[in-house]
Design a protein around this ligand. Structure first.
Ligand code: DC
Length: 232
C-alpha cells in the first residue's frame, strides 16, 4: 500500500456495483469509502416517514425544514459492517427498501437536497484518501478528483444482481419490477436539471457486465500503478 492519498470518484448507473467496487477498493488502499446514494436514501426515508415525501408528491417546504434535524453518519456495526445511521439509529436496511428506491430519484432532483448532501460529502473529502461513489461525484462534488471512474453494465445484468442482493436481505421482488425501477431511475438520474448523471470528460469507463469483482479490482490496480505509482 502507498502513503499517497488521492480522491477516487466512482459514478455510474444504478446497480452497477459501484458501492461494492468502491468499498473493496477503499479497503485495499486503506481509504475511507463513502456511498453518496445512502445520503439521498436517508433523506428520502425520513421524508416518507414524516409525510413530506410520497410516490405521488413531495412537500418541498416540509422536507426542507426536516433537513435541519437530520444527522446522517456512517459507522461500523458489531459484525464489522459499515452502516448508515440517521440521528443515531442504524437505518441501513430501511434505506435500501424498494419503497425508498421508488421515490429517491425524485427527492435527489431537488436542488436544496443536493446542496445539503454536497456539503456533507465535501466535508468528508477534505482529507483526501477517499473513494466516493454516486452519480455526480466526478462532475459536481469533486470535479478535481485525481481519478474518475464511470461504471456501467447491461440493464438485465444489473436487475439480476439487485434481485439477488435483495433476496440475501430477505426481500423477494419480481425481476420485472426491479428492472422497471432501474430503468425509471436511469431516466430520472440522467435527465434531471441539477447535476444529472453524466460521464465526466476525463472519466474512465468501466463496463463490468462480464467482469468479476476481482477483475475490476485488478483493472483498478493497473491504473493506480501506471498513473499514480500507487500499489494495492
Ligand atoms: O446509488 P443509489 O442507487 O443508492 O442512489 C440512490 C439514488 O440517489 C439514485 O436514484 C440517484 C441518487 N443519487 C444522486 O442523484 N447523486 C448521487 N451522487 C448519488 C445518488
Amino acid at each position: 500500500m502507498d502513503a499517497r492519498k488521492i480522491i477516487i470518484a466512482v459514478d455510474g448507473y444504478s446497480s452497477t456495483g459501484k458501492s461494492t467496487f468502491a468499498r473493496t477498493a477503499a479497503a485495499k488502499l486503506g481509504y475511507l469509502h463513502l456511498d453518496s446514494g445512502a445520503l439521498y436514501r436517508s433523506v428520502t426515508l425520513k421524508g416518507m416517514e414524516s409525510g413530506a415525501v410520497s410516490k405521488e408528491c413531495i412537500d418541498a417546504g416540509k422536507l426542507s425544514e426536516l433537513l435541519g434535524s437530520l444527522d446522517i453518519t456512517f459507522g461500523k456495526t458489531a459484525d464489522g459492517e459499515f452502516h448508515t445511521f440517521i440521528n443515531g439509529a442504524d437505518s441501513e436496511s430501511m434505506i435500501r427498501s424498494l419503497k425508498v428506491s421508488s421515490c429517491v430519484s425524485q427527492v435527489a432532483e431537488l436542488p436544496f437536497v443536493r446542496g445539503f448532501v454536497d456539503r456533507i460529502l465535501q466535508g468528508y473529502g477534505a482529507g483526501k484518501g477517499i473513494v466516493m461513489d454516486g452519480r455526480d461525484i466526478g462532475t459536481t462534488v469533486f470535479p478535481n478528483a485525481e481519478l474518475k471512474i464511470f461504471m456501467t453494465a447491461d440493464k438485465r445484468t444489473r436487475a439480476l444482481r439487485r434481485m439477488k442482493e435483495m433476496e440475501t436481505s430477505g426481500g423477494k421482488i419480481p425481476f420485472e419490477e426491479i428492472l422497471a425501477n432501474i430503468e425509471q431511475r436511469d431516466y430520472i438520474d440522467a435527465h434531471r436539471k441539477t447535476s444529472p448523471l453524466s460521464k465526466a470528460p476525463d472519466a474512465i469507463v468501466l463496463d463490468n457486465s462480464d467482469m468479476t469483482l476481482e477483475q475490476e479490482i485488478e483493472w483498478l490496480g493497473n491504473i493506480l500503478k501506471d498513473r499514480f505509482g500507487i500499489c494495492i
